[in-house]
Design a binder for this molecule. Structure first.
Ligand code: MN
Length: 193
């Protein structure tokens, strides 16, 4: 996994988003964490979406979820795999100026840790097209699955293209739960406004 696509899309002289350290520096600088982190940013860009990011292999593996994650187990939320983001993006909250990639505002809508349901290699699970995991967040808890459903550009079977994010039926499930009814940042208490 590489940050090349992430960096190519952005002008770091103009956007407050972090460029990210080199993968080597991150690997040396980070002690193995007891929990793997996740974050969901509510990103009001040209179109509102929520960005789900899981800390895997030294980057934030990322999906854009237009309608946002939910605790409702009957909802199947479309998710588009997007470029890996640097770990420094984990608590990014702010305004991306007009004309820049992703222009708009983002808040840290939820954060916490995730546990792969199958111990081992979550990066390999993502590459294989299905990851089952448990979230320990402020708003999002319990079991989820994210699964690749569509072909990528040109019909490729790589991890690009459409995925589905589904809440499993468990003690944390809440029928009808609406992410838009829980709009505040867990970092600062701010809304996107
Ligand atoms: Mn986004």
């Amino acid at each position: 996994m590489s940050l090349e696509r992430y960096r190519r899309k952005r002008d770091f002289a103009r956007t407050p988003e972090p460029p990210g350290a080199s993968g080597e520096a991150l690997a040396l600088g980070r002690a193995p964490a007891p929990g793997r982190r996740f974050v969901v940013q509510r990103h009001r860009a040209r179109r509102l979406h929520y960005d789900l990011r899981l800390e895997i292999d030294g980057v934030l593996v990322s999906w854009a979820v237009p309608r946002g994650p939910t605790l409702d187990p009957s909802a199947r939320r479309m998710a588009v795999h997007v470029e890996d983001h640097p770990l420094e993006y984990f608590d990014f909250e702010g305004t991306i100026p007009g004309g820049q990639y992703g222009a708009g505002d983002a808040i840290v809508w939820d954060w916490g840790t995730f546990e792969p349901e199958v111990p081992g290699d979550p990066g390999a699970a993502v590459r294989a097209g299905e990851l089952k995991f448990r979230l320990h967040g402020v708003k999002l808890t319990g079991r989820f699955t994210i699964v690749h459903t569509g072909r990528g550009p040109g019909g490729s079977r790589d991890r690009e293209g459409n995925w589905l994010l589904v809440k499993k039926r468990d003690e944390a499930a809440v029928p009808g739960w609406d992410p838009e009814a829980n709009p505040r940042s867990v970092k600062t208490g701010r809304t996107n406004d």
